[in-house]
Design a protein around this ligand. Structure first.
Ligand code: AMP
Length: 176
């Protein structure tokens, strides 16, 4: 990873304090998305990490994981699978619950999204506590997928989310 490119990309991450609730510093990636050069640079980083891996499909996490994951899948010429919050997918689903800071949430995947044995790369904008991606990993395995790597644009290292994803290759570009 080119350090200059990473520093440039970092300028596109805006800290929004107290969103969506007091005490959280939200890492807003919309400045990256609205800048053609930065958006392309971010997708190129994901693509670089996919090189040399046998990947059948990309799974993107609702909703910002869709933005990065679908562009990566397009460039690789492979399929994209949306992993969605409960109640959004129209067909039969598998689901997995996970904990948020308070309460629980649930993610869903279409039962036929992955052919058993397919090699999957999971993509999201940010790894925080790891609850979301750990539940994504559980779901991918439940439908027979093999998780090759989980790739994030941003990692909040102090929340130690990668400890929840131990059995997977975890890659992130901008660490805070
Ligand atoms: P977690 O399950 O705690 O790892 O949270 C990861 C998910 O929540 C990702 O889909 C992120 O988009 C979102 N998220 C969590 N914390 C933040 C934050 N500080 N800024 C932006 N997005 C966040």
């Amino acid at each position: 990873m080119n350090p200059d490119a990473l520093e440039k990309l970092r300028t596109g991450v805006r800290d929004v304090p107290d969103f969506p609730k007091k005490g959280i510093i939200f890492k807003d990636i919309t400045p990256i998305l609205k800048d053609g050069g930065l958006f392309r640079a971010s997708i190129d980083l994901f693509l670089e990490q996919c090189q040399g891996k046998k990947i059948d499909k990309i799974v993107g996490i609702d909703a910002r994981g869709f933005l990065f994951g679908s562009a990566v899948a397009y460039e690789l010429g492979i399929g994209f699978i949306p992993l969605r919050k409960k109640g959004r997918l129209p067909y039969k689903t598998e689901s997995a619950k996970y904990s948020l800071e308070y309460g629980e949430a649930e993610m869903e995947l279409h039962v036929d999204a992955i052919v058993p044995g397919e090699q999957i790369v999971l993509i999201d904008d940010l790894l925080a506590t790891g609850g979301t991606s750990a539940s994504a990993a559980t779901l991918i395995k439940k439908v027979g997928g093999e998780l090759v790597a989980a790739i994030f644009l941003i990692e909040l290292e102090f929340l130690r989310g990668r400890e929840k994803l131990k059995s997977t290759d975890i890659i992130s570009f901008l660490k805070y």
